[in-house]
Design a protein around this ligand. Structure first.
Ligand code: UT7
Length: 337
């Protein structure tokens, strides 16, 4: 029997650069309230959202991803040819196949990088960072581009009171590469399929198209969410996951500088910070107020903003945590590039 070679990669992996693309259009609560019989006051009180970014027709999943990636590459000091794997986390690329990652890798000018999409909803970016870190350390890739991107407005029912005011569009990207010291801690991730139906595409494509016996709805299958059970699950369970990610990375609360939770709802962010007993000193991402909840894009958008505004500084220790449909979740500690 042949003995296969078993190459290994870099001793450690780290985030080398982060980039973002926010759609141009800023949509205040006043623009969404009439269709859902709501008010600016209710939305701000329940979610902390004042405005959200919604993409215009030219701001496609591919276009936003390429823009965010170019910035991440430049900040990492790398050319696209040095990227050998592109991982795109999204649930709103509307072509079922092929993966949008291949088109993005091509438009960026990679040398035929491995490219694929992952579907883990709001937690997809943190899943991607975990995979990228493992790829770099195992030798499967030297530099991995991880993108979280959504154009959720394509799958939003703007008359649905439970989702229309909360979700948004955008793209964030991070380059992961080799390092002499650990820059990405072990992931803590999981899923609770018992709650599969809490956030989901309303119906599958066959129900839209129909068959000879049953006519299809002919209506775009929108995103639905039972917000309150998700809210309770996230507020009570995710703090433990965040603490586990800190423990697995060997980082104490006193050593934590930055907290970048999924930007789902300001009340969830506050509840998690309280439950984790984060010291006052820890700077907390609060991008949801102006950006809304952009699912897979929310963590990289929030992190990029903190870096751009000087709230997260190079060398800082940051806890990333994201959660959503599945229900799925992932968390890890990273060193800010
Ligand atoms: O990103 C993926 C993960 N997603 C999340 O983490 C989102 C989690 N969920 C949430 O953020 C919150 O559940 C929402 C912000 C979506 C809703 O806040 P809530 O505090 O859970 O509100 P609720 O659904 O329990 O509704 C409270 C009340 C109800 O009225 P009654 O029964 O108390 O009279 C609703 O009928 O508010 C009413 N309501 C609304 N009122 C005005 C529900 N939706 C609206 C609305 N505008 N849009």
């Amino acid at each position: 029997m042949a003995t296969l070679t078993n190459p290994t990669g870099a001793p450690h992996a780290t985030v080398l650069g982060v980039g973002a693309y926010r759609p141009r259009r800023i949509v205040p609560n006043a623009e969404v309230v009439d269709a859902i019989d709501s008010s600016d006051e209710w939305i701000q009180q329940r979610s902390g959202i004042k405005t959200r970014r919604w993409a215009e027709p030219d701001e496609t999943v591919q276009m936003m991803s390429v823009e965010a990636s170019r910035i991440a590459l430049e900040r990492a000091g790398l050319d696209a040819q040095q990227i050998d794997c592109v991982v795109v986390a999204t649930v709103s690329h509307l072509l079922q196949t092929p993966a949008v990652a291949a088109a993005i890798a091509h438009e960026l000018g990679t040398e035929q990088a491995a490219a694929f999409d992952i579907s883990a909803a709001c937690s997809g970016f943190c899943h991607g960072i975990a995979m990228a870190s493992d790829f770099v350390r195992a030798g499967s890739a030297r530099h991995v581009l991880v993108i979280g991107v959504e154009r959720l407005t394509d799958i939003l029912d703007l008359t649905d009171r439970g989702t229309a005011f909360i979700f948004a569009d955008g793209a964030g990207a991070a380059v992961v590469g080799p390092s002499d010291t650990p820059g990405i801690g072990p992931v803590v991730w999981g899923s609770d399929g018992e709650q599969f139906d809490l956030i989901r595409q309303r119906e599958d494509w066959r129900d839209v198209v129909g068959n000879p016996e049953t006519p299809g709805s002919g209506v775009m299958p929108h995103l639905t969410m039972q917000g309150n059970p998700v809210f309770r699950w996230a507020s009570f369970s995710m703090a433990k996951i965040g603490q586990q990610a800190l423990d697995r990375a060997g980082v104490s609360l006193d050593e934590l500088d930055v907290f970048v939770p999924h930007q789902a709802n300001m009340r969830i962010i506050d509840a998690m910070a309280r439950a984790m007993k984060l010291p006052e000193r820890v700077r907390i991402a609060r991008d949801v107020a102006d950006q809304g909840n952009s699912s897979a894009a929310s963590v990289p958008l929030a992190l990029e903003r903190m870096i751009a505004e000087g709230e997260a500084r190079s060398g800082d220790t940051a806890l990333l945590i994201a959660f959503g449909a599945g229900l799925s979740y992932a968390a890890q500690v990273v060193v800010v590039p």
